[in-house]
Ligand binder design. Structure first.
Ligand SMILES: N[C@@H](CCC(=O)N[C@@H](CS)C(=O)NCC(=O)O)C(=O)O
Length: 232
């Protein structure tokens, strides 16, 4: 039988996407955590871009495992091979979901720029840009849902868009609690309950270990950037 191993880093949101998809599909998998600051040789040869996640697929004990790289490719592979679809069946809807997953990646890039901001002025600019992105998301949710409630991005059914945004919203917990930095406000009427629903979803909770909040806090403190000075 095929064995799957997800090569992971404790803070990586793209690793979390793959872990969430595996868990939602009920697929058993092992994890191997690596230190990106001290990459093992086997990882350097297995990962063409030097990045996590990797999904290692072993058919038997004899041949070398196949290493899939890029989270989007990994989750699409799981869609192709495993039960419990996380994409809609309608092609237009499916394409729209893929586009919002790209949007989630752009938000992650914005989060990277935010925590790397060297000064408070740049931090303010990046904060405003991210608020604008969450407002764009809010407007899309509002346009699609009308007066009905959406639990997840597409309603009651958990999708890969949710797997992409669960790790995005997780950053906000630390930004709010440790740096008093708020990217969402009361105008995000649909984004806020969606964020709460994702935080309560077992697959999203289990995508990290219990030391994640401390590790992220430590990572932000060690950055030595504007956000570091906001964390005591
Ligand atoms: N497009 C990639 C992004 C993955 C990525 O950026 N991984 C980061 C950690 S979150 C990484 O491995 N960085 C190491 C590096 O860039 O050298 C994906 O979706 O898998």
């Amino acid at each position: 039988m095929e064995k799957l191993k997800l090569v992971s880093h404790h803070l990586c949101p793209y690793v979390q996407r793959a872990a969430i998809a595996l868990s939602e599909k009920g697929v058993p998998f092992d994890r191997e955590w690596i230190d990106l600051a001290d990459r093992p040789e086997w990882f350097k040869s297995a990962s063409p871009l030097g990045k996590v996640p990797l999904l290692m697929i072993s058919d038997d004990q004899v041949s070398e495992p196949t290493a899939l790289f890029e989270s989007a490719v990994i989750v699409e592979f799981l869609e192709d091979t495993e039960p419990n679809p996380l994409h809609p069946s309608d092609p237009v809807e499916r394409a729209r979901h893929r586009a919002w997953i790209e949007f989630a990646s752009s938000v992650l890039n914005g989060i990277g720029r935010l925590y790397n901001a060297p000064s408070n002025d740049v931090l303010d600019v990046e904060t405003e840009k991210l608020r604008g992105m969450f407002t764009r998301l809010e407007n899309d949710l509002e346009a699609r849902s009308g007066s009905s409630e959406l639990t997840y991005f597409a309603g009651d059914r958990f999708s890969l868009v949710d797997a992409a945004f669960g790790p995005v919203f997780r950053y906000l917990d630390t930004f709010e609690k440790d740096a008093d930095l708020h990217l969402l406000n009361d105008s995000h009427k649909r984004v806020l309950p969606w964020r709460n629903a994702l935080a309560a979803r077992p697959s999203v909770k289990d995508a990290i270990d219990e030391r994640y909040p401390d590790r992220l806090r430590q990572f932000l403190v060690q950055k030595g950037t504007a956000i570091s000075t906001r964390i005591e």
